[in-house]
Design a binder for this molecule. Sequence first.
Ligand code: GDP
Length: 425
Amino acid sequence: MSVTAVAGANWGDEGKGKMTDALAADASFVVRFQGGSNAGHTIINSLGKFALRILPSGVFYPGVTNVIGPGVALNLTDLFQELDALTARGISEPRLKVSDRAQIVLPIHKQFDELEEERLGDRRFGSTKSGIAPFYADKAAKLGIQVADLYDQKRLLERLEAALTAKNILLEHLYHKPRVNAQLIAAELGKQAERLRPYVCNTSELLLQAVRSGRPILVEGQLGALRDPDHGIYPFSTSSSTLAGYAAVGAGLPPHAITRIVAVTKAYSSSVGEGPLVSEIVGPAAEELRRRGGDSGEYGVNTGRPRRIGWFDAVATRYGCMLQGATEAALTNLDVLGYLDKIPVCTAYGINGSSTTQFPVSAIIGSAKPVLDELPGWKADISHIRKFDELPPHAQNYVLQIENLIEVPVRFISVGPDREQLIVR
Ligand code: GDP
């Protein structure tokens, strides 16, 4: 049995949580490999509605081992809050393993994220202010704290002092804020380390053994391909790779083990925060789609921010599927479009008088205008349908047109937020 990756083809919020929850039924392991608690997955199943930010989406299956890999930005406060929130709602304590090499998001990372967005003013990136960019900056600068460092007080203090030297100068002289003290942070981390201890292990060995013994593994990406720092809408990207290919690195898996890649895309576009969104719509049409979208409108799971809305963008999604190396696609939220007479789809970008289906670089994308084709709407509630052939012909046609445009077979069609509201082709 191979490793399956579930990854976003767009800007995030594509419905990966729902798809991972559905596919996790057949998995022994569900693994997070990048990002932190800066974005949320919404999961709705027979146990209720849940917003997960850091825990892998396999936590609702008692037989699944959930793994937080070395590539994750681990905020311990958020992790424990999420675990407590689950158990408070009667969910049994999930099986959880945390990599001893994962690095810790510190309160100072969050503080720097907030201070920097405030300093940038109009030039801000629309960060969720969870400390992710300062965290990955420290990791690249070799100033990060690994989980294993938490169990050696002397080393922890030395690592913290190294990480804080330059930050304290910036705090004092750039942001005009009080300095922070390494010993206080070490004491707080020491308490959290005790609670974390039972979960900590070498997750790469664990997963390698699982691969060797043929146990099914699901790796779940956070955000989407267009937020990838190398290939996405830089600098409105995130700070770790959002691509399935990175799962090998961030989870510690043999690259050849990842043989199935499900790219998740929405039947329309949505994006939280700043940055280019070529097929964006505004005004009453956007308001209506935002209100009808998702399980209770298109508002950020983590931040509550209204998501920006647009028509399906085949240029961005074909590119996103290509980057993910998608072997198949999952099209979510198809039910949401059931109110429209005609459904515009962005099939190309017009740039300086010519048309292209290739996703442009950030220096050019600002001048791109959407080329829209209209497809007929089906004007029906499809949320109860479980077979492709039973969808109204215009809904089938919408799926087939998208499949043609993105050049990846659409294997899953999601017609509602619940686990069961899924058509498998
Ligand atoms: P993720 O970060 O990719 O997991 O996506 P989010 O959870 O942030 O956003 C997806 C939203 O769409 C959530 O509100 C889901 O409950 C909802 N959702 C997922 N699939 C469907 C679907 O097929 N139809 C509807 N109406 N909502 C869906």
